[in-house]
Design a binder for this molecule. Structure first.
Ligand SMILES: Nc1ncnc2c1ncn2[C@@H]1O[C@H](COP(=O)(O)OP(=O)(O)O)[C@@H](O)[C@H]1O
Ligand SMILES: [Mg+2]
Length: 259
């Protein structure tokens, strides 16, 4: 069994995700326009851009919720058009808008997801304990979700996405509505995912967040890729102090000005 597993691991492609010429149109609007990217296994990949740039649309195509108008997507080497079922077993998704059962406690919400993933009872209990401890959410998890702040709901949704111990984790705006302390907590947690060799795809419109966490950053604007690379390289290329300056240099606008 362990031999089979190590064989499988060896045969895992270096790229967790490869997309080529990905486009999504809503009528005349090109929400995502001809996007090509490679995301390495084990990296934190930050998709940075203003509101409406096409981040959520991209994520939702990568996790199979939305069908691309054009283009190809490979997750762990599997073509999403043919192997979506296999891909679903590899990924965990924390959507931009919370989907939790408000009348269940935090813990019950996570455990319910464990049941949906068909995990064994003991496994569910152990993983839930591990997740709750790793982000200091044990006490909060005893309360019903209807009493949670926006930031707490985000944390809960993130933990629910992780109960299946996925290889690839999508986090769509994970820290919206959080105070600085909670935000730092989530940053630490995301770093710990990377230490466990998970691939994390993070969307954010917070410049410091993308800069602090990402090994590679893709800046998108109006659905188009306008810059790609490790943060340090982008800063050097544009002779900028931070990614806001990079964005300003390329577009003449600030990220938080929106569109
Ligand atoms: N279901 C939809 N129907 C029509 N337009 C949409 C839909 N979803 C998103 N859009 C539009 O697509 C663009 C990209 O949206 P989105 O991917 O949500 O951006 P972001 O996540 O970067 O804020 C926006 O102009 C948005 O209004
Ligand atoms: Mg979004």
């Amino acid at each position: 069994m362990s031999q089979t597993k190590s064989k499988q691991e060896k045969s895992m492609p270096e790229m967790a995700i490869e997309i080529s010429n990905l486009t999504k149109k809503y009528g005349d609007l090109e929400a995502v326009n001809n996007l090509s990217l490679k995301i390495r296994r084990g990296e934190v990949f930050g998709l940075l851009g203003p509101n409406g740039a096409g981040k959520t649309t991209t994520i939702n195509m990568l996790n199979g919720l939305l069908k691309p108008t054009e283009g190809e997507i490979f997750v762990n080497g599997y073509n999403i058009k043919k192997d979506l079922r296999r891909i679903k077993n590899l990924i965990g998704v924390c959507p931009q808008h919370e989907a939790v059962y408000k009348f269940l406690t935090g813990r019950e919400n996570i455990e319910l997801f464990g049941v949906l993933y068909d995990l064994k009872k003991q496994e569910i209990r152990e993983r839930t304990d591990f997740l709750l401890k790793s982000i200091n959410f044990v006490e909060e998890s005893k309360r019903k979700a209807k009493t949670y702040s926006g930031g707490m709901l985000r944390i809960l949704n993130m933990l629910m996405a992780l109960i299946g111990n996925p290889e690839i984790v999508f986090l769509d705006e994970p820290t919206v509505g959080m105070d600085p302390r909670a935000r730092r907590n989530v940053w630490k947690f995301i770093s710990s995912l990377k230490e466990r060799n998970k691939t994390v795809i993070l969307t954010t419109h917070y410049i410091e967040e993308a800069e602090a966490l990402s090994d590679t950053i893709a800046i998108i604007d109006y659905g188009e890729l306008i810059a790609l690379g490790p943060p340090q390289i982008l800063l050097e290329r544009y002779n900028a102090k931070n990614l806001e300056e990079v964005f300003l240099e390329i577009t003449g606008r600030r990220i938080l000005e929106g569109i």
